[in-house]
Design a protein around this ligand. Structure first.
Ligand code: PAN
Ligand code: ZN
Length: 173
């Protein structure tokens, strides 16, 4: 993939998405580090299939572990993730309920069509995964920014915990 596109997502790109905006401001003031990189095969593979590798750095915003922004596919297409490095997980949301799937190298996770999805690095190293998706799926970031993912993944001692937050506009619990 010599002509691959590389997108760098920095702390400042997570504005409006994190639990602790002050911790985010501090991180941005301290050099605005790269939270994750997405390497995309331009044009994708054959037959309308896209391929991208995401690598999330180790770190947190306050207690909230480094994560992707999260999105829903506008065309409600499904997607498959294959973990290649580190320990992380996938948060899925249908707007009412959140689901957490832990991922280690070799694990495969399916994202059903219409679900919002976000990944989180919960390990001690980088967390990397390969995504296979439909080209032209159309990533909608606004929905997640508005209603959240229904859960947040926080550092907890040596490990992590997934905290249910409910979805904005719905009863929390
Ligand atoms: C992935 C994601 C990638 C970055 O390739 O786009 O992990 O996450 P955000 O797009 O939420 O910033 C994917 O799910 N593609 O459809
Ligand atoms: Zn996706």
């Amino acid at each position: 993939m010599t002509d691959a596109r590389v997108d760098e997502i920095r702390a400042s790109d997570l504005r409006g998405l994190v639990a602790d905006p002050r911790a985010l401001d501090a991180l941005v003031a301290h050099g605005d580090p790269v939270v994750y990189r997405v390497v995309t095969a331009p044009g994708g593979l054959a037959d309308g299939v896209g391929l991208a590798v995401t690598t999330i750095e180790r770190g947190s915003v306050g207690d909230e572990l480094f994560m992707t922004r999260g999105h829903v596919h506008r065309d409600a297409s499904a997607e498959t993730y294959v973990c290649t490095e580190g320990v992380g997980g996938l948060l899925l949301s249908d707007g009412a309920r959140a689901e957490w799937i832990e991922l280690r190298p070799g694990d495969v996770a399916s994202i059903p069509g219409g679900r919002a999805h976000r990944t989180v690095n919960v390990g001690r190293e980088r967390f990397s995964f390969l995504a296979v998706f439909e080209l032209g799926a159309g990533n909608d970031y606004e929905t997640v920014a508005k209603r959240g993912m229904g859960a947040r993944v926080l550092r907890s001692g040596d490990g992590y915990r997934v905290v249910d937050t409910g979805h904005a506009g719905r009863a929390t619990g």
